[in-house]
Design a protein around this ligand. Structure first.
Ligand code: ZN
Length: 409
């Protein structure tokens, strides 16, 4: 099957082909020039028109982007915690919310009570909404299991979800999210060590915070990841400064996520490394957290990524265009910086950037066509600009009213 996407007002292109990531101090080198591209056998074949194509898509007036990559979600999870959000914004302290039965423990209870079918149903319907917002690859995490058995179940369901949804998925075992009842943090890490050989995932993850796990536990997770050939990722520096960055870098972390409370002395070492800084502006906004030093990270040349952090507690947000809008406003980022952080760099985080994340010949033709120029994404805040989504050159989503774009070649 050959497909041609014709006459886009803008085609997002990297400064050169074959880059595994692009450091953020080079984001201005991304180009957004008019163009066409053709797809053969699911891959981008050339950056030109193809008059012989079997299917032609009129991309006029819009920006053509690589499919968006959401490298940090907590799918699958059960239910929502809307009551808790209202309590939080009206000033009820977290300790009291937890006493009333809220917090991670409530999501863990809901997860244990939900059937496999219910969990897959909820996650699958969220994946469909994500598709309509341009997400063609997303990460799943365990972490609401809080027991060996339920964590393994979460990872098995993440895998099943990957088989059901249109998108590509990657699985992360967030085996140290909160300390399960009846365990000390050290005792639970002993359990994690027994669990790791059984998990099917590409990465291990740990939540470093005073109420959860320590930097020493992060180092232990790093050793486990190295021993089992898995990537190391970590939730760090979200509500307090724990100086986790250097130890994480020494253990070869692939990404450090959150970073709202990053210590100034840790910024340059992170920015110089190949470890991505995954920023979660939706969680920062809705949680009234500190704002991550994203402008400084970008200027220092960090590999920055943006993600939704989709979860029922701190970030019930799935729209990456919305996340881009928050990032541009609150981080003082350019549109190119936001787009880079939603495409090539998050593809690097999930170890797929050789195949995905940029428009270049040879890569898989996972593409998003907007109905407007890219500059409108953050500016028309809260609006979904996605007109059409393709996976390997196959049209998998068309927004109602945009069907006119599809024609024979
Ligand atoms: Zn998270």
């Amino acid at each position: 099957m050959s497909v041609c996407l014709r006459d886009a007002a803008q085609l997002l292109r990297p400064p050169e082909d074959g880059l595994p990531y692009l450091r953020h101090d080079r984001a201005a080198e991304l180009s957004l020039e008019p163009g066409s591209l053709c797809v053969r056998d699911g891959r981008i074949a050339a950056l030109e028109d193809d008059a012989q194509a079997e299917l032609a898509i009129d991309a006029s007036g819009g920006a053509l982007l690589p499919g968006l990559v959401d490298c940090h979600t907590h799918l699958p999870f059960a239910g929502w915690r809307a009551e808790e959000y209202e309590q939080k914004v009206t000033g009820v302290p977290y300790e009291e919310i937890a006493l009333r039965g809220g917090g991670i423990a409530s999501s863990a209870r809901a997860f244990a009570d939900a059937s496999d079918g219910e969990l897959l149903e909820q996650a699958g319907s969220l994946a469909l909404e994500m598709l309509a917002h341009g997400t063609t690859t997303f990460e799943c995490k365990s972490g609401y299991g809080l027991s060996a058995e339920e964590e393994l179940r979460a990872l098995r369901l993440a895998e099943e979800l990957g088989e059901r949804v249109v998108q590509r998925t990657a699985s992360t075992a967030l085996l140290a999210h909160a300390v399960p009842e009846g365990f000390t943090a050290d005792g639970w890490m002993d359990e994690v060590e027994r669990l790791v050989p059984e998990v099917s995932a590409q990465a291990l993850d740990v939540y470093v915070e005073s109420v959860a796990f320590s930097v020493a536990h992060l180092e232990r997770m790093g050793e486990l990841a190295a021993r089992h050939g898995l990537a190391l990722r970590a939730h760090v520096e979200q509500f307090s400064t724990s100086r986790s960055v250097r130890p994480a870098l020494e253990h070869g972390a692939r990404s450090l996520d959150h970073l709202a409370c990053l210590h100034a002395d840790d910024l340059d070492p992170l920015a110089r490394s190949e470890c991505a800084a995954v920023l979660l502006p939706g969680a920062e906004l809705l949680g009234a957290e500190q704002v991550a030093p994203a402008r400084a990270l970008a200027d220092a040349g960090a590999i920055c990524a943006l993600a939704s952090d989709l979860n029922p507690g701190t970030s019930p947000v799935l729209s990456l265009p919305l996340v881009a809008g928050i990032a541009v406003r609150r981080y003082g980022w350019s549109v190119r910086e936001a787009l880079l952080a939603l495409t090539l760099n998050p593809a690097w985080v999930v170890a797929r950037s050789a195949e995905l994340g940029s428009i270049e010949p040879g890569k898989r033709a996972d593409l998003v066509l907007l109905d407007c120029p890219a500059e409108h994404v953050p500016y028309r805040f809260g609006r979904n600009p996605v007109a059409m989504v393709l996976m390997e050159g196959r049209v998998v989503y068309v927004r109602p009213g945009q069907e006119w774009r599809i024609g024979r070649g």
